[in-house]
Ligand binder design. Structure first.
Ligand code: PBG
Length: 329
């Protein structure tokens, strides 16, 4: 052996066979830990393709329910519904509608598969004509005026049967507002999956095509976290936990593994990470060219997110991953 390295240490011993590697692996990854985002639109008809998100579609309520049930049948842990508006306005009036696509998709899924775990996104950006995540006053997002609306939206989803509501607007104190709204309206058991550390990221581009939610003026840097910061993200997570978040999320995932790892070391709540639209689209595009091995790169990416500390991963790959897993079994 070179130098003074102890000759008894041979790290390759446990790498010799697939089974040895399996039983000594530090992290595991299965479809159970994955959450599938589903876009629900008003109206009927066939799913609409989204060019920048191959394999993801905007679905009618019936189709969304079918997909949610199929995902649950396939072993995916949960689904996360995103709604689209029929008609947007500056107040995002449709966001808290009891007969909106999200509330209907939740009810449909829960009546078809009561044990399926259903989460809903709580944010105004797909419902406002200006595309911002909160209400505007004098061209600025009015944080506190937005809070009651987010709480009403969450209560609507809870009433429809959502297990988890997922506020993603990045308004200060949105978790407290939603928690007290839920408790006041008789939903103390609806859990909050807080998008606590949500960055102002270019990786959301394809999602904004899907939800038609790009801000018409300005950008989201006035409320989402600056990508240069990590401590700021830890403060966001601490605050959300204090306000009653049951699960805290970091988003995007792969470019922010440092934040995830630091959050894992510091907090004891379950952590989620969101492999966002841009992360998904880049893999899809490279795979379509034959430049990367898609299942291998997805497994490695999701595995890295788990290793960094995520208990749960929101990913557009959830269903495909589940089917690869079944194929391998
Ligand atoms: C809504 C929201 C966004 C995403 C999830 N919820 C977009 C945004 O903040 O602009 C992005 C998800 C993705 O890119 O897959 N605020």
């Amino acid at each position: 052996m070179p130098g003074d390295a102890p000759s008894s240490v041979r790290l390759r011993r446990l790498r010799r066979t697939p089974l040895l590697r399996d039983i000594t692996a530090e992290t595991r990854l299965s479809a159970r830990e994955l959450i599938l985002p589903i876009f629900v639109r008003p109206g009927r008809g066939a799913p609409e393709k989204i060019p920048s998100l191959p394999g993801v579609e905007r679905r009618s309520v019936d189709d969304a329910v079918r997909l949610a049930v199929a995902a649950a049948d396939g072993g995916v842990g949960a689904v996360l519904f995103f709604g689209l508006a029929r008609r947007k306005d500056p107040e995002g009036s449709e966001a808290a509608a009891d007969d909106g696509p999200v509330a209907r998709a939740v009810r449909g899924t829960k009546s078809a598969r009561p044990d399926a775990i259903v989460a809903t996104d709580v944010c105004l950006c797909a419902y406002t004509s200006h595309g911002h995540c909160g209400l505007l006053r004098d061209g600025q997002v009015d944080n506190d005026a937005t809070l009651p609306l987010l709480a009403r939206m969450a209560v609507t989803h809870a009433r429809a049967g959502a297990d988890l509501v997922a506020p993603s607007a990045m308004m200060d104190h949105q978790v407290a507002a939603i928690r007290s709204g839920l408790d006041r309206e008789g939903f103390p058991n609806t859990a909050i999956l807080a998008y606590a550390a949500k960055y102002a990221s270019a990786f959301y581009g394809p999602f904004r095509d899907a939800a038609d939610s790009a801000p018409a003026v300005g950008d989201r840097r006035g409320y989402q976290i600056d990508p240069r910061n990590a401590r700021d993200a830890l403060r966001e997570i601490a605050l959300d936990i204090e306000e009653g978040a049951d699960i805290a999320m970091v988003k995007p995932a792969l470019p922010y593994l440092d934040v995830l790892a630091r959050a894992r070391a510091r907090f004891d709540v379950p952590l989620a990470a969101y492999q966002v639209s841009g992360e998904y689209a880049m893999i899809k595009a490279a795979a379509a060219q034959g430049w990367v091995d898609e299942p291998a790169i997805v497994r490695e990416s999701l595995g890295a997110i788990r290793r960094a500390g995520a208990d749960l991963i929101v990913t557009y790959y959830a269903r495909e991953f589940a089917s690869w897993e079944r194929g391998a079994a």
